[in-house]
Design a protein. Structure first.
Length: 229
């Protein structure tokens, strides 16, 4: 589709959930607080939370499975939406983690990601080491790296996915990058990640745009057309 354009407005995860048809399934990766519970209960959507340990307060209508780093105990193509807010920055291998997210979402389904971006690294931390507030991205010892909009874009195409929209935003006092990306209809189960020298070359060349309009063979797999408008 030659007129495809990357959007610059990403809905909040709760908005995506509210727009899902009744009977859909949402997987919330990093489900502490069960923040999507109320929205999901209102429109008849099934929610599955995943985290290293089950957090307290699980709603009666929600399910829970163990998930850690690059492993989530769910079958392939099992949900309509994956929401991963403020998880990616804790992961040492972001590509392997994203492959898992796109593995569990069905073909045509969407993955929503929000992660702190690079301006948070430039904030001055408190001079008081016992100050409980996180002023800087680096105040959290579990943070691995921030994610720019460009990094999220390349993460999606590395995982055979079509980024629908990417933007900078602010969550509370944290500057973030947000993305919603679609798993192609032609991909079943886990995508084949574009890694190594060939992947770097194709990402520099903007391989997603080069394959709009017709499928294109890249490194042993087919990438489908751009998103429908």
């Amino acid at each position: 589709m030659s007129d495809w354009q990357l959007g610059n407005s990403v809905p909040a995860s709760v908005e995506l959930v509210r727009n899902l048809p009744r009977g859909s399934t949402v997987v919330v990766v990093g489900c502490f607080g069960w923040v999507l519970g109320d929205a999901i209960a209102q429109n008849g959507v099934t929610v599955i939370g995943t985290d290293q340990f089950e957090p307290p307060g699980r709603p009666a209508h929600a399910k829970f499975v163990i998930g850690s780093n690059s492993k989530i105990e769910l079958p392939d193509d099992c949900c309509d939406l994956v929401a991963a807010g403020h998880v990616l920055e804790h992961i040492s291998n972001g590509i392997a983690f994203a492959v898992v997210l796109f593995r569990i979402v069905r073909p045509g389904g969407q993955v929503w990601i929000e992660s702190p971006n690079e301006p948070g690294c430039q904030s001055r931390s408190s001079d008081d080491p016992e100050d409980p507030h996180f002023y800087s991205f680096w105040d959290d010892p579990q943070h691995v790296r921030p994610w720019t909009p460009g990094a999220l874009y390349r993460l999606a195409i590395t995982c055979q996915a079509v980024p629908l929209a990417i933007q900078r935003a602010q969550t509370s006092d944290v500057p973030v990058s947000r993305m919603v990306a679609r798993k192609p209809e032609t991909v079943r189960g886990a995508p084949h990640a574009l890694c190594g020298a060939r992947g770097r070359r194709l990402r520099r060349q903007g391989c997603l745009r080069s394959c709009l309009g017709t499928p294109m063979k890249i490194g042993g797999f087919c990438r489908d057309k751009g998103p429908s408008s």
